[in-house]
Design a protein around this ligand. Structure first.
Ligand code: NAD
Length: 285
């Protein structure tokens, strides 16, 4: 039987509605959340992304500002700038848009974003809270994956989860969020493929999450009958955007599957809004 489609847009709309209600609550307390995105130099793909971000913030009543800094900024100047944003009481959320120019230590700069304004969950302290099973502001895509899985009402206890991809903002935090619910989580990566074991792992997955960035890396016939498949990948294939999983064949075996586009992406955007409100609320309590 063909899989049910995990429609990210519907889940995103529900989250946005919840966020709107929270904004009303904040307004009554005299707080208007303000998100500042800092970008270094000009980057056309960042500009498109930041414009979309601005639109979605403004559509629900979050103030949004993009600050562009010169591409020859030094690491210490950038850290000094972020520290000023940390201290600005009007700013409730900070995003540091990547990439940064060569020679700037990304992790070092991210660690200077105030933990309570770090709406993308990239400060090591926020990543650390996930390890303790007490996520506060966690990376948006990792939370989006968890939200999509939860929307199927599956009980994670003891389930075989395979996470393909071990990035700091998707693969690793997803694995931690799920292991905390007592799922049995395997993390696969490039070396798993090179060792010839990717297919073996994928075939065991009752819940498969893929965040690699390689079109159709995961073959449809590897999918376990009845599996839940969450495809995080975004790849250009000709004039189409496709995921990391062969959607058409995988959907014949899965019970639930996310489309690309329209699956993880819209939920990630909605979670950013939720994190922004969470941060703003935390600042007044
Ligand atoms: P990344 O680029 O930092 O890391 C890629 C991961 O894939 C690594 O763990 C690497 O070892 C693994 N890998 C590479 N080739 C492999 C192979 N042949 N077999 C198995 N594993 C392999 O990852 P990222 O930043 O998490 O991004 C992954 C994908 O997810 C990209 O397509 C990105 O655009 C997409 N993404 C989507 C969203 C969204 O909101 N939808 C958000 C973040 C990332």
């Amino acid at each position: 039987m063909a899989a049910q489609i995990l429609a990210g847009k519907e889940i995103a709309e529900r989250i946005k509605q919840e966020v709107k209600n929270e904004i009303e609550f904040l307004k009554q307390k005299g707080i208007i959340p303000k998100l500042v995105a800092v970008q270094i130099g000009e980057n056309p793909s960042s500009a498109v992304y930041l414009n979309a971000q601005k639109k979605s913030c403004q559509s629900i009543g979050i103030n949004h500002e993009v600050i562009s800094l010169a591409s020859n900024i030094s690491e210490s100047e950038l850290i000094g700038f972020i520290q000023k944003l940390n201290q600005d009481r009007e700013i409730t959320g900070i995003i540091l848009q990547l990439p940064l120019p060569q020679g700037i230590d990304v992790r070092k700069v991210q660690s200077t974003i105030a933990v309570e304004k770090d709406v993308e969950g990239v400060n090591p302290a926020n990543l650390g809270w996930i390890i303790y099973g007490r996520p506060f502001l966690a990376p948006c895509t990792a939370l989006a994956v968890k939200e999509l899985i939860d929307s199927t009402n599956i009980d994670l206890y003891g389930k075989e989860v395979v996470m393909v991809g071990h990035s700091d903002i998707v693969g690793k935090p997803v694995a931690l969020l799920l292991v905390d619910k007592f799922a049995t989580v395997s993390i696969c990566h490039i070396a798993t493929s090179e060792h010839g074991m990717l297919e073996t792992h994928v075939k065991m997955a009752e819940i498969l999450i893929v965040a690699v960035g390689k079109a159709h890396l995961i073959k449809g016939d590897w999918i376990k009958e009845g599996a839940i498949v969450i495809d995080v990948g975004i790849n250009k294939l000709g004039d189409k955007i496709v995921g990391d999983v062969e959607f058409e064949t995988a959907k014949e075996k899965a019970s639930w599957i996310t489309p690309v586009p329209g699956g993880v992406g819209p939920v990630t955007t909605a979670i950013l809004l939720r994190n922004t409100i969470k941060a703003a609320k935390n600042l007044i309590t």
